[in-house]
Design a protein around this ligand. Structure first.
Ligand SMILES: Cc1ncc(COP(=O)(O)O)c(C=O)c1O
Length: 422
């Protein structure tokens, strides 16, 4: 039985998912971990140290696009390791050029900067917005707008941009220059553009997720985004999408912005891009292509190994027609979740999401989403909580029809068990 207890070496009372063996005291106490250790993975399945098998609807939190231990990715990376693993950005890097060509050929961007994670990609975007603001007017402070309930990462600027007060606790004062509006509420954005019109500050851009993941799987509204695009253009502000979670096929389109029928000036990627290998990216159109040598850099960013991983993931998404798979399996998942929400109205209030980024809103007074994730773990299914008491389902993009059936079957059993014992 997995228990939620005080982490043993915590000095600040952080809750940890601790069972028989505690988190190693040699690791800093930054994570609440389940007491489980996976030893093997294949496709959408993981095995723990006792040989128990789990269906993985977390995929490293929307990261293992091709599932675990994919044969093609394994082969590509093994041969890359034999050839060349890392060289500095002081030199030309073939794999980086190939990857940037693929990305720009298949998106609205014309140029790419590579880094190693989602927070770093957003950090790059924030720096870009600051530089853009400086180019427009050096005398005034440029302001960046982001949405409430957004999540942009844990580095200091990305954290300051994140519109969830719970992540700010203990780290104040945060960076100034960020203002927050209610997601999908265009009047709130208009009010901010008006507010800064005649002050000694101005809005240089908006950083926003096309679908909020961490904040509770909240889909962007098409009409809102159309007006947001128009507002940014009208005010000469850049519109930057955080596609760290929504990008690389997760929604059934290659990029989340394609669901909204608009194009951003720039967007960020990470998570699913490397299929489990660390790589992040900032992609820009002509207007936002303003970095010069010395403006930004990363030692590891875009190294041959990471780029080979990303290139292989993207090519496999194409070769295996995975966008269609995400669309079809997404519909199947949606139908299954809809039936579950009808069957357990005392537990579920709403089904949310698109493609293979979906969630169920759980009634907080009935059950905590984390407790459901723990019960699911016990019953051989991995799911991940999100804000607003949501359980999030983000399986690998390769998931099959039978595996979706199994996922729904297991969720039904988990909910039945919860309702029975509540
Ligand atoms: C939308 C979004 N942006 C940024 C991040 C941060 O990414 P990373 O953990 O790779 O720094 C996340 C992570 O969950 C995310 O979902």
């Amino acid at each position: 039985m997995v228990k939620l207890v005080d982490a043993p070496h915590s000095k600040c009372g952080t809750l940890g998912y601790v069972g028989s063996s505690p988190t190693a005291p040699t690791l800093m106490n930054t994570y609440s971990r389940f007491n489980i250790s996976f030893k093997k993975g294949k496709g959408c399945w993981l095995w723990d140290d006792k040989g128990k098998k789990y269906l993985d609807a977390v995929s490293g939190i929307a990261t293992c696009s091709l599932g675990h231990s994919d044969r093609v990715l394994r082969k590509a990376l093994t041969s890359q390791l034999k050839k060349l693993q890392h060289v500095s950005n002081l030199y030309q890097i073939d794999e980086q050029e190939l990857l940037s060509k693929w990305l720009t050929d298949h998106s609205c961007a014309e140029s790419v900067f590579f880094c190693n994670s989602g927070a770093e990609a957003n950090e790059s975007a924030i720096k870009l917005l600051k530089k853009y603001g400086n180019l427009i007017d050096k005398e005034k402070e440029s302001i960046i707008l982001t949405a409430k309930s957004s999540f942009h990462g844990r580095t200091f600027a990305a954290l300051s941009a994140t519109g969830q007060p719970k992540y700010h606790e203990g780290f104040k004062p945060l960076l100034s220059g960020f203002n927050f509006f209610e997601y999908n509420n265009i009047d709130a954005v208009k009010t901010l553009f008006e507010k800064f019109k005649s002050s000694n500050q101005f809005i240089s851009g908006v950083l926003i997720e096309p679908i909020q993941g961490e904040g509770g799987v909240i889909e962007g509204n098409k009409f809102f985004f159309k007006q947001l695009r128009e507002l940014c253009t009208e005010h000469n502000a850049l519109l930057i999408f955080d596609e760290v979670q929504s990008g690389v096929g997760r929604t059934g389109r290659l990029w989340g912005y394609q669901n909204l029928d608009i194009e951003p000036d720039a967007f960020t990627l990470a998570k699913g891009l490397g299929g489990g290998h660390p790589i992040g990216a900032l992609l820009v159109n002509r207007k936002a292509n303003i970095f010069n040598p010395g403006d930004h850099a990363s030692t590891f960013g875009g190294n041959p190994f990471a780029c080979k991983a990303a290139l292989t993931v993207l090519e496999e998404i194409q070769n295996r027609n995975l966008l269609k798979n995400v669309y079809l399996r997404g519909k199947q998942l949606e139908e299954g979740l809809e039936l579950i929400s009808q069957k357990f109205p005392e537990l579920v209030t709403e089904k949310r999401g698109i493609g293979l980024l979906q969630g169920l809103v759980i009634k907080k007074e009935y059950k905590d989403a984390k407790a459901i994730a723990m019960k699911a773990l016990e019953m051989g299914l991995l799911i991940v909580p999100a804000g607003g008491n949501v359980i999030r389902l983000v399986p690998p993009l390769i998931i099959s029809s039978n595996e979706i059936k199994e996922l729904i079957k297991r969720l039904n059993l988990i909910f039945e068990a919860i309702v029975k014992t509540n």
